[in-house]
Design a protein around this ligand. Structure first.
Ligand code: F0G
Length: 366
């Protein structure tokens, strides 16, 4: 008997490039680099619907191969890079892009160099980049410094830039909007995303625009984006020199896709808001404890934004709302072990004793 797997009729998801080949800039000859990204669940969130009166869905992007939405863009950026002959890629990152870039480069057999702000990225992401053999350099500066240097390197040396200033990234990421429309059979009334460089906000807007144009939907969702209060340049209308937030993924003071995002907001009757760190952690806990979805702090800002805007009456009862939660909670798990007043949560310790454990659990004998 042959040991070669004979997969004739597989229902396995083939990654966003193969699934949406007719809507991306690829040909039959394109050497596709994929880890099976995309096809993530769009989950109803009854607890959030009950809290808001809206019809709330969560697009769980932590279910991508490296645990964040970055994989959708990275499959395109690395594929197009390899197609153009690139042997090395480079990016600046607050963590997730570096993890994704290193993984896709490893799969393609090329090199990834990643620049991250020293001491400012979550341990899980740092570990991923190193595990995938990325050449990771901690720069003694912030993300914005890293991006400037990555752009200069790509302009002057033989390295291919895979940050979202590379349009291939946005193209790959727009597929998330296609997936939402496939499930809902139309666009939602509101779509909420966390905002750092505003690349993903721009990508969803593009995806929904294309769906509307081809007649797959009847409307453009109102695109709502949220930044952390200590790191909210788009909301403030100026560059933030020293951005600060516990949501390290979106600690960005000078977003790369700023102008595109403003255009997308205008086109979609959208909104940018700011949420403080305490609210972000509160929302993270609500999502994990009441919905069963564990996300990193930056992702929870979508939930916090929903709660704020529903309370303000902007998101009305009965509205269909999709929240993108961008990265998995396991990347940066320490926040779950802290109470809202900042003290550590210590799991209880018990003896090897059934009666004692029953007692601690408050169980009465049947
Ligand atoms: N959520 C997470 C978990 C992220 O990692 C990022 C960005 C965003 C949201 C914001 O997306 O930049 O398109 O507005 N992370 C980048 C990185 C900057 O390097 O991993 P955006």
């Amino acid at each position: 008997m042959s040991t070669t797997p004979q997969i004739r009729e597989s229902r396995q998801w083939r990654g966003v490039i193969r699934e949406y080949a007719d809507r991306l800039d690829v040909t039959d000859a394109t050497p596709i680099v994929t880890l099976g990204e995309g096809g993530t669940p769009l989950l109803p969130a009854p607890a959030l619907s009950a809290r808001t009166g809206a019809n709330v869905w969560v697009k769980f992007e932590g279910m991508n191969p490296t645990g964040s939405f970055k994989d959708r863009g990275m499959t395109m950026a690395v594929t197009k890079g390899v197609e153009a002959g690139a042997k090395a890629i480079i990016c600046a990152s607050t963590g997730n892009t570096s993890a994704s870039a290193a993984a896709y480069a490893a799969h393609a057999g090329i090199t990834a160099a990643v620049l991250v702000p020293e001491g400012k990225i979550a341990m899980g992401k740092l570990s991923q980049a190193i595990a995938h053999n990325g050449r990771l350099l901690q720069v003694r500066g912030n993300f914005d410094d890293c991006l400037e240097i990555a752009r200069e390197l790509a302009d002057n040396y033989p390295v291919h830039l895979v940050n979202s200033v590379n349009n291939d990234r946005i193209e790959g990421q727009k597929t998330a909007a296609f997936e939402v429309v496939e499930v809902l059979r139309d666009a939602p009334d509101f779509h909420i995303v966390p905002v750092g460089n505003a690349g993903n906000y721009t990508a969803y807007h593009r995806g929904y625009s294309e769906e509307l144009q081809r007649g797959a939907t009847t409307r453009m969702p109102r695109m709502f984006g949220f930044q952390a209060a200590g790191s909210a340049p788009i909301v403030l209308g100026h560059v933030v020199k020293d951005p600060d937030t516990i949501a390290s993924a979106i600690r960005i003071g000078n977003p790369a896709s700023w102008e595109l995002a403003i255009a997308a907001r205008e086109n979609s009757d959208g909104f940018f808001g700011a949420i403080d760190d305490a609210r972000i952690l509160e929302a993270q806990r609500i999502l994990s404890a009441e919905v069963g979805i564990f996300v990193e702090p930056a992702s929870a800002i979508s939930v916090a934004g929903l709660l704020e805007q529903a309370e303000a009456g902007v998101i009305g009862k009965g509205a269909t709302v999709v929240l993108t939660v961008t990265g998995h909670g396991l990347k940066d798990p320490q926040w779950a072990l802290r109470t809202s007043d900042g003290s550590d949560i210590q799991p209880e310790s018990v003896a090897v004793d059934t009666a004692e454990i029953a007692d601690v659990l408050g169980l009465a004998k049947a």
